[in-house]
Design a binder for this molecule. Structure first.
Ligand SMILES: Cc1ncc(COP(=O)(O)O)c(C=O)c1O
Ligand SMILES: N[C@@H](CCCC[NH3+])C(=O)O
Length: 434
C-alpha cells in the first residue's frame, strides 16, 4: 500500500499492521472498521472518570449497537441505556442482564413500554402523560423520571436535548404533579435522569446542569440513583491537533460535586452517566472507495461509495470527519502513481481543495466540501475518521443501497467480520408481492 495521507491512523496505530486497502478488497466498501484496543481504552477512561465509589457508566447504545461491540463494552464492566425495544433486545443478546439496562424512552406506545416492563428493565419516562401511562401499565413498581435541567449543550441545534427548545424531559415545575402520580399508582421513584445534549468539549454546561438536577433530587429524598446523562465530546478535527475534552479536570470537578451532594443527601447515592460518542466514535474508520474524479466549474469532485445512507452526520448536521487516503499498489500502478506527488510517508504537503461526494441521487450528498487533500485518484481508498458513533446506527437503505459490513481489529491484530453487508435479497425480505 502507498501511504498517501495517513497521519492520524499512523499515530494511533489504528490498523495494527493490517493494510486498509487489503481490508477493503477482502470485505468490500463501504466498510466500518473498528479497533478493539481503542474501544476498550475509551470504556476504561469513562468508567474511571471519578473516584466516587457508587458510580456507573452506561454506554448509550444508540451511538453503536453492533452485537460484538456491545459484548466488548460489557466485558469492560459498563452497563447500557436503551432507546427502543430493539436496543433492549440486542443488549440482552450481548449478555446484559435486565438490571444492567436502563430504558430512557421518549413518546412510546403502551406496547413498547410493556415490552421493557416484561423484560424486567427499568423505564425512565419524560412526560407527565407517559408517567400516567406507565402507572396504568405497571402500578406498584419502580420507575425513573427524566427532567429538563434548563441547560442544554451540543454540536448542533438538532442534538441539544435540554433547555427551552426541546421535546425532552419533564419541567421541574411539574414536580408536585409527578409526586401525585407516583402516589396514585404506588410507584417508587428509583432515579432521576437528564441528558443535556450531544458533544461538549468543556465541562461547564455539564457541571452547571448538575446543580439543577441536584435541586430536583433534593425534593426526592429516597432516590437510588441520579443519572447525569452523556454528551462527552471527541475532537473531530484531529489533523489540526484539536484539544481533547479534559477528562481529568472534568473528573476532578465532578468528584467534588458528587461527594458534596452525597454528604448533604445523607448517603452515597448511585450516580450514573450515559456516554455514547466518547466511547464509540474514535475506535472506527469507515473505508470507502473513490470511483470517479472530475472537475466541474472549477470544483474538483471525488465521487465515492460513502453516500449519506452510509454516514448521515455530514448531511444531517454539517459534521466534520477527517479523511485519509490509502492507495493499493495495484491501483497506483494502474493510475500512474507519480501523478500524485505523494511524499509516500503519509504526511503529504501537496494539498488542494476537493469536494468528496457519495453516490446518492441528491445534490446534498456531500461528505466533505472543499477539503484540503492530496490529489485523489480513482480506486483510492478513503478512510473516514471517527465514524464509530452514530455511523452505522444511522445508516439506511436509501436508493435501495446495501448497508455496509463491519470488521473488528482484535487486540491480537486479527481482523474479524462482525456484521455482514446487506444482500440484495435483504432488500425485499419484508416486501409482499401482489
Ligand atoms: C438520553 C440520551 N442519553 C445519552 C445520549 C448519548 O449522547 P452522547 O453520544 O453525546 O454521549 C443521548 C444522545 O444524545 C441521549 O439522547
Ligand atoms: N446523532 C447525533 C447525536 C445525537 C444522539 C442522540 N441524542 C450525532 O451524530 O452527532
Amino acid at each position: 500500500m502507498q501511504k498517501i495521507y495517513t497521519k492520524v491512523t499512523d499515530e494511533m496505530n489504528f490498523y495494527e499492521g493490517n493494510d486498509p486497502t487489503a481490508l477493503a478488497k477482502e470485505y468490500g466498501t463501504p466498510l466500518y472498521v473498528y479497533n478493539e484496543r481503542i474501544l476498550r481504552t475509551r470504556c476504561r477512561e469513562l468508567k474511571n472518570l471519578v473516584t466516587y465509589p457508587n458510580f456507573v457508566a452506561d454506554f448509550s447504545a444508540k451511538a453503536n449497537s453492533n452485537l460484538a461491540f456491545l459484548q466488548i463494552v460489557r466485558s469492560e464492566g459498563l452497563e447500557v441505556d436503551a432507546m427502543s425495544p430493539g436496543e433492549i433486545y440486542i443488549e440482552k443478546a450481548a449478555g446484559f442482564k435486565s438490571d444492567e439496562i436502563f430504558y430512557i424512552c421518549n413518546n412510546v406506545s403502551e406496547e413498547e413500554m410493556q415490552y421493557a416492563v416484561s423484560e424486567g428493565v427499568l423505564v425512565s419516562v419524560d412526560s407527565i402523560s407517559q408517567l400516567e401511562q406507565y402507572g396504568r401499565l405497571a402500578p406498584n413498581t419502580r420507575v425513573a423520571v427524566r427532567f429538563n435541567p434548563g441547560v442544554g449543550a451540543g454540536h448542533h441545534d438538532k442534538v441539544v436535548t435540554a433547555g427551552k427548545k426541546t421535546k425532552f424531559g419533564v419541567d421541574p415545575s411539574c414536580i408536585p404533579l409527578v409526586k401525585e402520580i407516583l402516589k396514585k399508582y404506588n410507584l417508587t421513584l428509583a432515579g432521576i435522569n437528564q441528558h443535556i445534549g450531544s458533544l461538549f468539549m468543556t465541562g461547564e454546561a455539564f457541571l452547571s446542569s448538575i446543580h439543577s438536577l441536584f435541586d430536583i433530587a433534593r425534593q426526592f429524598p429516597d432516590l437510588e440513583f441520579i443519572d447525569l446523562g452523556g454528551g462527552f465530546g471527541i475532537p473531530y478535527h484531529k489533523e489540526t491537533d484539536e484539544a481533547r475534552l479534559d477528562l481529568k479536570s472534568l473528573g476532578t470537578e465532578l468528584d467534588k460535586e458528587l461527594y458534596a451532594f452525597a454528604e448533604e443527601y445523607g448517603r452515597q447515592v448511585k450516580f450514573r452517566i450515559e456516554p455514547g460518542r466518547y466511547i464509540s466514535a474514535e475506535c472506527c474508520v469507515l473505508l470507502g472507495q473513490v470511483h470517479s474524479v472530475k472537475e466541474n466549474s472549477g470544483i474538483t469532485y471525488a465521487g465515492c461509495d460513502v453516500g449519506f445512507n452510509v454516514l448521515a452526520r455530514p448531511v444531517m448536521y454539517d459534521s466534520y470527519h477527517g479523511i485519509e487516503i490509502y492507495r493499493s499498489n495495484d491501483a497506483a500502478a494502474q493510475n500512474g502513481a507519480d501523478k500524485t506527488h505523494s511524499t509516500g510517508d503519509g504526511h503529504d504537503n501537496n494539498l488542494q481543495p476537493v469536494t468528496v461526494v457519495g453516490n446518492i441521487c441528491e445534490s446534498g450528498d456531500i461528505l466533505a466540501k472543499d477539503r484540503m487533500l492530496p490529489p485523489v485518484m480513482e480506486k483510492d481508498i478513503l478512510g473516514i475518521l471517527d465514524a464509530g458513533a452514530y455511523g452505522f446506527t444511522m445508516s439506511s437503505n436509501y436508493n435501495n443501497r446495501l448497508r455496509p459490513a463491519e470488521v473488528l481489529i482484535r487486540e491480537s491484530g486479527e481482523a474479524v467480520l462482525i456484521r455482514e453487508r446487506d444482500t440484495l435479497e435483504d432488500l425485499k425480505r419484508h416486501m409482499i408481492s401482489i
